[in-house]
Write a protein that binds this ligand. Structure first.
Ligand SMILES: C[S@@+](CC[C@H](N)C(=O)[O-])C[C@H]1O[C@@H](n2cnc3c(N)ncnc32)[C@H](O)[C@@H]1O
Length: 251
C-alpha cells in the first residue's frame, strides 16, 4: 500500500513515546523476553531481532546488553524517534514504514520479531482499510520470520462486556474523526484526530491464524480505567496482552 494513505502522529503525539514517557517496564520485559532462553541453544548464540516501531531503541538496547552476540534492527517511520537511539555496532536503524518492510528489509530473516504497541497505530482512511493494513503487515512479518523464529506482540486491549469488539471499534471512530479530536483529547486519547485501531484478543488470534501464525503462549496484564470512560464504552476487560507466536508447524 502507499504510505500516503497511512495516518501519522504529530510530533507532540510522538513525544509521549520518547525516553521519559514510554519505558520498558520490568514485568513487560520479563514477559516478552523470558521465553528467549528456551528458544536458543546457549546464551551467547548469535541471533538477529527486528523491533518494528522500535522508536528510541531502548528495548533493543537492553536485548543487546543481555545477549552479547545478538544483533538488532530497529525500524520506525519517525526520524525524530530514531534519532534518539544510542549508537551500537550491533544495532541497525531503518527509517521506514511497517507497511513497506519488504522494500526496506529485502529477503532478511529474523529469529525474533518484536512488535510493541505498534499494530494499533496502523490506521488508514477507514476502519475496514485499517484492518486490511494490519493484516498486510502481519503477513509481511510472517514472511520475515525465520522458520523456527518467534514473534512477540504487545498490544493494548479494550474488550466489550456485551460485544467483544465494540469498545475498540468505538475508540477507532472517536479518535479518527478530526471534528471529535478535542473530545478525544479530553478523554485522554493521545491519538486524537489520527485514530487508533485496537482489536480484542479473539480478533488478534483470528488475524494471526489468517496469515499462518500460531499463538504458542500469551500473557495478560489488567489495567484500570475510570468509570466515566469504562461505562459508556461498555468495557468488560481492559489491559495489555502479550502474544508469543510462530509459524504454524502444520503448514
Ligand atoms: C506506541 S509507540 C511504541 C514504541 C515502542 N515500540 C515501545 O513499545 O515503547 C509506536 C511506535 O510506532 C511507530 N510507528 C507508528 N506507525 C508506524 C509505521 N507505519 N511504521 C513504522 N513505525 C511506526 C511510532 O513512530 C512509534 O515509535
Amino acid at each position: 500500500m502507499s504510505v500516503d494513505e497511512l495516518k501519522q502522529l504529530e510530533q507532540d503525539q510522538l513525544d509521549y513515546f520518547t525516553e521519559d514517557g514510554h519505558r520498558v517496564y520490568e514485568s513487560q520485559w520479563k514477559e516478552q523476553t523470558g521465553r528467549i532462553p528456551n528458544e536458543i541453544a546457549q546464551p551467547d548464540q548469535e541471533f538477529v531481532a527486528l523491533d518494528i516501531g522500535g522508536a528510541n531503541g531502548r528495548f533493543s538496547d537492553r536485548l543487546l546488553a543481555e545477549y552479547p552476540r545478538a544483533r538488532a534492527v530497529v525500524l520506525d517511520n519517525s526520524e525524530y524517534l530514531l534519532k534518539q537511539n544510542i549508537p551500537n555496532d550491533r544495532k541497525t536503524l531503518v527509517l521506514g514504514s511497517a507497511t513497506e518492510m519488504p522494500a526496506h528489509l529485502g529477503d532478511q530473516k529474523f529469529d525474533f520479531i518484536f512488535v510493541n504497541c505498534l499494530l494499533h497505530h496502523l490506521v488508514s482512511s477507514s476502519y475496514h482499510s485499517s484492518r486490511n493494513v494490519i493484516r498486510g503487515v502481519l503477513q509481511d512479518i510472517s514472511g520475515l520470520l525465520a522458520e523456527t523464529g518467534r514473534i512477540s506482540i504487545w498490544e493494548n486491549i479494550f474488550e466489550g462486556a456485551f460485544w467483544d469488539g465494540f469498545p475498540a471499534r468505538a475508540i477507532f471512530e472517536i479518535t479518527s474523526k478530526r471534528p471529535l479530536a478535542k473530545m478525544a483529547r479530553k478523554l485522554g486519547a493521545n491519538t486524537a484526530g489520527v485514530g487508533v485501531c485496537f482489536l480484542s484478543r479473539e480478533q488478534w488470534k483470528q488475524e494471526l491464524e489468517a496469515v499462518g501464525l500460531t499463538i504458542r503462549d500469551s500473557g495478560w496484564r489488567p489495567m484500570q480505567l475510570p468509570l466515566y470512560q469504562r461505562i459508556p464504552l461498555t468495557i468488560g476487560a481492559i489491559g495489555a496482552t502479550h502474544i508469543w507466536c510462530g509459524h504454524d508447524p502444520e503448514l
